[in-house]
Write a protein that binds this ligand. Structure first.
Ligand code: BGC
Length: 457
């Protein structure tokens, strides 16, 4: 288990509902820690870094004026498709043992059932070079990115979509399985389905609760089918979903309406979908689809954890006087342990933090963020085996375009120059030392402070 060198303070109370009182984080009390069992990596997604003109739903969406905040599109991004070697040299500089990367489905299957051998070969070379460098890949098969032909045929609105996804999964696992044995079938089904089919903000821009429940159901069924298929092809594979999990707390703890909203948000946004995907049990408002049976459909849990929501109705909110990042998201490192504990208690299994990070353009608090988050992991008794920082490098952040800076490596989009940030150097030292020393804390973290949210949002 991960080990902490200094004992935790006995005043570890979580005064969640007194926002004025600054709750000391693990990192305030514990400067040094070692990560004995939790290995480090970094994460990316294909559409966000590769660049080029793959026929995806996102390329088409970004071409429509006004869709993306800064008018950018995924066609520039990091030009990673042409710079794999340069980026892998940076991965080696970061001393990481793991790399989570995605595949661009539209590149490898640009037309239904027609696979592009050159694109597959490209991914084989990329994975082969990682393996040669001693970096273990974890491959995401679907990360919000649909080929346009799939989306135009209705995408995950239809149950038949699972068969279409299977064809792609079969081909990819067949072609890459000698280089990779860890797979994420689907990234953040809740974020994808709500943004694309309920809020109408992502392609295809629909707003319907009925549609949302169909998509949720079909995503879960698609995962279950893919889980089974991958195990048929690769019996020892480890397969999971990267679930976006967040903490929901009532704005006023004693307020029945706020409390009910928090419970409802948690149920609808993450509990139902997690249960459906892990166990094949579809609870209300979903309905058990024909042919899907209860079972165990995970070998690990991927947790994408970023923030806590403070709610008073069925909508996201941020508390007062809490630390926030550039996008106004609350920074609440303990939340990772809270959601991880719920997940582990309800569906026991190894935990991989498949994404965690923060948008911070001047890198003024990213090292503090990393320190706080890893200190929580080190102090926890949960089986957290991996931590993949989001992100390896600044990348194309969906609706935020090129404006949100999540990278350990800074990217100049104009010149494509990559520069290691101070937080990248910190992360690389943590990976090399398997922990943080007092000297590292003083050098990277002690001087860093967060912005705070002055008003309720
Ligand atoms: C997604 C990433 C995204 C990150 C930061 C996650 O929801 O999986 O693609 O860039 O959060 O917003």
């Amino acid at each position: 288990m991960c080990r902490v060198d200094t004992p935790r303070s006995s005043t570890d109370d979580d005064s969640r509902n007194d926002e004025r009182k600054r709750v000391p984080s693990q990192s305030d009390r514990v400067h040094t820690f070692s990560l004995d069992r939790c290995e480090l990596g970094v994460a990316t997604a294909a559409t966000q870094i590769e660049g080029g003109h793959a026929p995806t739903n996102w390329h088409r969406w970004a071409e429509q004026p006004g869709r993306i905040k800064d008018g950018s599109g995924p066609w520039r991004a990091n030009d990673h498709w042409n710079r794999v070697a340069e980026d892998q040299a940076l991965l080696r500089e970061l001393n990481v043992q793991h790399y989570r990367m995605g595949l661009e489905w539209a590149r490898v299957e640009p037309k239904p059932g027609e696979f592009d051998e050159a694109a597959i070969e490209h991914y084989r070379n990329e994975l082969g070079a990682l393996v040669d460098a001693g970096i273990k890949p974890l491959v995401t098969l679907h990360h919000f990115n649909n080929p346009v032909w799939f989306e135009d045929a209705g995408g995950f609105l239809h149950r038949e979509s699972t068969g279409v996804l299977q064809r792609y999964v079969q081909r990819m696992v067949g072609a890459l399985g000698d280089l990779c044995d860890e797979w994420i079938t689907i990234n953040e089904p809740n974020i994808y389905a709500t943004h694309a089919y309920y809020f109408g903000l992502w392609p295809p821009g629909e707003r319907s609760l009925k549609t949302l429940t169909h998509v949720y159901t079909n995503l879960a069924a698609a995962h279950i089918d893919a889980y089974r298929l991958i195990h048929e092809l690769q019996p020892d594979a480890r397969v999971g979903v990267a679930q976006h999990l967040r903490v929901f707390r009532p704005r006023i703890a004693w307020h029945p309406g706020h409390w009910a909203s928090a419970q409802m948000m948690e149920w609808l946004f993450q509990r139902v979908i997690t249960k459906a995907m892990c166990k094949g049990r579809f609870l209300a408002p979903l309905r058990q689809p024909p042919g899907v049976h209860p079972g165990i459909y995970y070998d690990f849990h991927g947790i994408n954890y970023y923030s806590r929501s403070t709610v008073s109705r069925l909508a996201d909110g941020v508390g007062t006087d809490v630390a926030i990042n550039d996008l106004g998201w609350e920074i609440y490192p303990k939340g990772l342990i809270e959601v991880g504990r719920w997940l582990h208690e309800t569906h026991p299994g190894p935990l991989y933090v498949t994404e965690n990070g923060t948008a911070n353009s001047d890198d003024g608090f990213r090292s503090r963020f990393i320190h706080e988050q890893l200190a929580e992991i080190a102090a926890s008794d949960l089986p957290i085996e991996r931590y993949y920082h989001w992100s390896f490098i600044d990348n194309w952040e969906w609706l935020e375009g090129e404006s949100a800076r999540f990278g350990l490596i800074r990217l100049d989009y104009e010149t494509q120059q990559r520069t290691m940030r101070e937080s990248g150097r910190f992360f690389s030292e943590i990976a090399a030392n398997r922990g943080v020393t007092e000297e590292m804390y003083q050098r990277y973290v002690a001087h860093q402070t967060y912005s705070r949210n002055a008003a309720v949002r």
